[in-house]
Design a protein around this ligand. Structure first.
Ligand code: ATP
Length: 313
């Protein structure tokens, strides 16, 4: 079967990939002229997502969630919800149960009690990869990328989660397979531009500066077209100006129609970017409210007392 002409990967990108002497820096405007237009990029980044939940209604409902490790209750009867279109912060001192809560929602851990409903249906005992397909994507506390793959390839792997081509289609290179491959490259480039690292598309992920690796992780998570994006300490290791830039990116992600669950240690960032905050301590929810309500909440102040600002979350 011959390759349909309009479905071949962009020539510039293929050339850059083939030339070992190349600087490995891709000019995004040469790969796709549309990347120069932020609105066009935002549209490609957030295509129509099939979300049953209405704007402002509960997208995720966590109810009575408990997780135990041996005798230790890492999460104890925790209840909260995330409304579609909001940025919800999940904070608490070290060991409070934030990551455990993420892991229980995303199918890494099995809760010992409680339920999680997502987009109107119970998640139950669903496997991790199925949760991605249902529309929950996450980044990790420690960056997890395919270091030997380029930035663009890392993102295209994310778009793969949405592809419909069967194994047969992949082996025999059906027109649909080519179309999806081409779409993945276009969308991958738009995602890299959206998070601010398109010029580094052809660089190996392991060669990217740390801050760009964190942005790449976010792009890869967005590539799966999630209904809910879970960010686990995305500003870890960032300097103040990188943190400010990250706040801008998180706001941009929300403006593009995504719902965000954010675990973050930096209080300035959490207070500045979230709509509501849930506070955990020793596995239990001790407070919930707007950033200003949380800032003045005596239980929260007590939980953090004596802990310098940058070490809290
Ligand atoms: N896989 C595990 N096995 C045993 N105990 C665990 C496991 N994961 C977490 N814990 C324990 O559960 C509790 C909650 O940990 P968790 O990592 O969820 O906290 P956290 O709020 O995310 O902390 P941090 O801010 O330090 O990342 C801690 O006491 C931790 O030691």
């Amino acid at each position: 079967m011959s390759e349909p002409e309009d479905l071949t990967p962009d020539a510039e990108l293929a050339e850059a990939e083939a030339d070992p002497e190349a600087t490995r820096i891709v000019d995004p405007a040469a790969v796709a002229a549309d990347l120069a237009d932020p609105e066009a990029v935002a549209e490609v980044v957030a295509p129509h997502r099939d979300i049953a939940t209405g704007e402002g209604e509960k997208l995720l409902e966590v109810s009575g969630l408990s997780v135990e490790f041996g005798g230790l209750a890492a999460l104890d009867d925790v209840t909260f919800d995330i409304k579609r279109g909001e940025i919800l912060g999940l904070i608490g001192p070290n060991g409070a149960g934030k990551t455990t809560c993420f892991n229980a929602i995303t199918g890494v851990y099995r809760p010992s009690a409680g339920t999680v409903r997502f987009d109107g249906a119970p998640l139950g005992r669903i496997k991790q990869h199925k949760i991605t397909r249902l529309g929950i994507a996450r980044t990790f506390q420690n960056v997890r990328l395919w270091g030997e793959m380029t930035a663009l390839e890392n993102v295209c792997v994310g778009t793969d989660a949405r592809h419909k081509t069967s194994v047969f289609g992949g082996i025999f290179r059906t027109p649909r397979h080519y179309r999806e491959e081409h779409d993945a490259v276009d969308r991958g480039m738009a995602l890299l531009e959206f998070v601010g690292i398109a010029p580094r598309a052809a660089e190996k992920a392991s060669n990217l500066p740390y801050g760009d690796q964190r942005r790449l992780e976010i792009a890869r998570a967005l590539a799966t077209e999630p209904k809910l994006l879970c960010l686990d300490e995305p500003a870890a290791g960032f300097n103040p100006s990188e943190k400010t830039a990250l706040m801008g990116l998180i706001q941009k992600i929300r403006e593009d129609g995504y719902t965000v669950l954010l675990i973050e240690h930096d209080m300035r960032l959490v207070m500045g970017v979230t709509d509501r905050i849930v506070v955990l301590e020793f596995g239990r929810k001790i407070a919930e409210g707007t950033p200003s309500e949380i800032r003045d909440n005596p239980a929260v102040i007590a939980a953090y007392l004596g802990v310098p600002d940058d070490d809290t979350a």
